[in-house]
Design a protein around this ligand. Structure first.
Ligand code: ATP
Length: 384
């Protein structure tokens, strides 16, 4: 096993397209790192450079204490699991898992031991004599992982391994991958565009946008302290709500009233005429279920909820809201880039399951001002 170090890595494709820009990243031995970002942000390119399927235009890649830029993929001793599994249809499960060991001319007895150990771990014992065509999607995925783990590679690299599975199976496989990685303690780099996978699997998450790293942090840190609008909008579902405010002194004039942030959230607003406030759905609540002592940390405003989705343990309430002209363009761009729900036209408010606000009537909504972020609408920077 080994650490993986990327220093100022760049990728320019033959047509001149600059797909990865000055990426530096230290992945510790045994760490599980997720590369996440919208389609085309360069995450697969980065992974393919690590594994050696794509040349590195400039920068240095080290695995353990060796520079590997010029090494062929087979000499990097990494195991890659692809989205389409890349199983051999004419071989049995046993032979698919054994394949890299046969290539390496490993003795039969050792192959048998290692295949059986992997199949025990992945619960594939009953299926060893079957062909891939006769397996379910989840089982095929496990065979692909079996083939990756028999090799005792220095690291695992996963490229969207679950994207062909249905939602339920994806959830199960996510837990299995997480368990397997912890048990083996092997350095893992995992590419996904699914932010649920990103948040649940990784020790750390790398958020990429247009080939540039935006933030590297634990899932909790990303969620609670996104560095910019892009990360804030990308991480979290339903997404963070954005409300524009004009600034006078330390007062924020919003479509829902005049707000002042508590001292724990104060930011230097001088030089800003307009800011974007960000609040996650759970920063709001039905004001009638908030105790007086808690209520004083926020503001109460009236809003009309047009739709409520009741989920059992909580409810999502939708409040129609028209973002003002001056910030609509930024939000529209963010929506496009994130392929996100309507950031310009509604707020999504998570209410306690006990709340009984009816749809279509004005309601009193409380917002916890301690959980509000302030963004510069031009640069996107989180000022809080
Ligand atoms: P997805 O989630 O859609 O797979 P990604 O983040 O993995 O996206 P990459 O496949 O790494 O994105 O591609 C990054 C950018 O590089 C894209 O804009 C893509 O069009 C471009 N690109 C990829 N391969 C080539 C190539 N061979 N030549 C030119 N441009 C390429």
């Amino acid at each position: 096993m080994a650490a993986i170090t990327l220093k100022d890595i760049n990728k320019r494709y033959g047509d001149g397209f600059h797909a990865v820009k000055d990426v530096s990243l230290d992945i510790a031995d045994g760490e599980f790192v997720i590369l996440v970002g919208p389609s085309g942000c360069g995450k697969s390119t980065l992974l393919r450079m690590i594994v050696g399927l794509e040349d590195i235009t400039s920068g240095e890649l080290r695995i353990g204490d060796q520079r590997v830029n010029e090494k062929a993929p087979r000499d990097r001793n990494l195991s890659m699991v692809f989205q389409n599994y890349a199983l051999y249809p004419h071989l049995t499960v046993y032979e698919n898992i054994a394949f890299p060991l046969r290539l390496a001319k490993t003795p039969d007895k050792e192959i048998d031991e290692r295949v059986r150990r992997a199949s025990d771990l992945l619960e594939l014992n009953e299926h060893l004599e079957r062909k891939p065509a006769n397996l379910s999607g989840g089982q095929r995925q496990r065979v692909a992982m079996g083939r990756a783990i028999v090799r005792e590679a220095q690291a695992f690299l996963f490229d969207e391994p679950l994207s062909n599975l249905d939602a339920k199976l994806r959830g199960q496989m996510r837990t299995e991958i997480s368990r397997l990685q912890k048990r083996l303690g092997i350095t893992t780099v995992y590419v996904t565009h699914d932010q649920v996978e990103a948040m649940t699997l990784g020790d750390r998450v790398v958020v990429l946008r247009r080939g540039v790293i935006q933030q590297v942090a634990t899932p909790r840190e990303l969620y609670e302290n996104p560095v910019n609008l892009f990360v804030a909008g990308f991480i979290g579902s339903p997404p963070m709500n954005f409300i524009s405010a004009t600034v006078t002194g330390d007062s924020l004039h919003t479509p829902f009233g005049e707000w002042k942030l508590p001292s724990s959230r104060t930011v230097d607003l001088s030089g800003h005429e307009v800011v974007l406030l960000g609040a996650r759905p759970e920063a709001f609540e039905d004001a009638s279920v908030v105790s007086d002592t808690v209520r004083e940390h926020g503001v109460v405003f009236d809003a009309t909820i047009d739709v409520i989705e009741w989920l059992g343990n909580e409810q999502y309430a939708y409040v129609p809201y028209e973002a003002p002209e001056d910030i609509r363009a930024q939000l529209a761009e963010l929506e496009r880039e994130l392929d996100s729900e309507a950031l310009r036209t509604q707020l999504v408010v998570a209410l306690d399951a006990s709340s009984r606000i009816p749809e279509g009537t004005p309601a009193s909504i409380w917002l916890d001002l301690r959980r509000v972020h302030v963004f510069d609408p031009e640069s996107g920077e989180n000022l809080t």
